[in-house]
Design a protein around this ligand. Structure first.
Ligand code: 13P
Length: 282
């Protein structure tokens, strides 16, 4: 079943927990993540990021994600992640996604407000919740070794965040407070006081990006301070690769589906652990 972003965030607020928001740009990830939702009954946000379009187009993966979530008895939100332009977000919403993020964090404050507002107006007209972002996170998905550690000078400013939320009307806020996208090269240290200030000053749920690769305590501390949505991709995708790699070397394994099945099982196991930590079910 598909539920709204705000309904899912209310669940997280009521239960003082975090929601897993998992990017699924390969089919084994969609299947493994849906199985976790079905096994736990905890709402999961299934995400497709614009930057993953070269892996598989949203027009190919999106309808499969929507159909599988719709027919499941477990609750899912279908979220367009890191939308870079309104047309891409609209394309996702037209095919059944019911939640979106506009990422204008690399723009000036004024341009970020203007562009985010356009998305909010378009999405709210359809009853769809919007995540916006202010403050920057580095990322090393492409293997840049200079990345993989947070840059404090790019952290979100709480006063600016409050003005941004007020001016845009977004439903939740992605902010920078110590995480990075991709692999961590240095142990991350979250600025927990900043999370508290962001939550207090903005009044909206805080979203953590770069959510894989943290300790269980990091997740618990962040959710206690008001993080309600945690984006997760890299370490689940790595779990899939780690499971498939030895099979690829095995001369007895002849066909690709053996690796795809191993990837699905590995994603399920990895996301299950993550969802249970966030939902305080461990
Ligand atoms: P990771 O790939 O670092 O888990 O981050 C995912 C993310 O933030 C997607 O928006």
């Amino acid at each position: 079943m598909i539920i709204g972003l705000n309904e899912a965030l209310e669940y997280a607020e009521k239960n003082q927990c975090g929601l897993a928001a998992v990017n699924t740009p390969f089919f084994a990830a969609v299947l493994g993540t849906i199985e976790v939702g079905e096994a736990t009954g905890v709402p999961i946000i299934l995400q497709f990021a614009q930057v993953h379009d070269p892996i598989v187009g949203i027009e190919n993966m999106g309808p499969a994600m929507v159909a599988l979530a719709e027919r499941s008895e477990a609750p899912f939100v279908l979220h367009v992640d890191h939308g870079e332009d309104i047309d891409y977000i609209r394309k996702g919403l037209d095919m059944g996604f019911n939640s979106c993020m506009f990422d204008g964090s690399h723009h000036s404050f004024d341009d970020n407000v203007r562009l985010t507002r356009e998305v909010v107006e378009m999405a709210h007209d359809r009853g769809i919740g919007v995540e916006g972002e202010i403050g920057m996170m580095t990322g090393n998905e492409n293997g840049d070794p200079s990345q993989g550690e947070a840059d404090e000078t790019l952290y979100t400013d709480a006063d600016e965040a409050a003005a941004f939320v007020e001016a845009t009307g977004i439903d939740c806020l992605a902010a920078s407070f110590g995480t990075v996208h991709g692999m961590y090269h240095k142990e991350p240290h979250l600025n927990l006081d900043l999370i508290t200030r962001l939550r207090e000053r903005t009044g909206v749920p805080i979203v953590m990006h770069g959510g894989s690769g943290l300790s269980d305590d990091d997740y618990r501390n962040a959710t206690q301070r008001g993080v309600r949505k945690i984006n997760y991709y890299t370490y689940a995708a790595k779990a899939a690769l780690d499971a498939a790699r030895p099979l690829a070397e095995d001369p007895e394994v002849l066909l690709w589906p053996t690796l795809a099945m191993a990837a699905r099982d590995a994603v399920r196991e990895d996301v299950m652990r993550f969802v249970k930590v966030l939902a305080n079910k461990n």
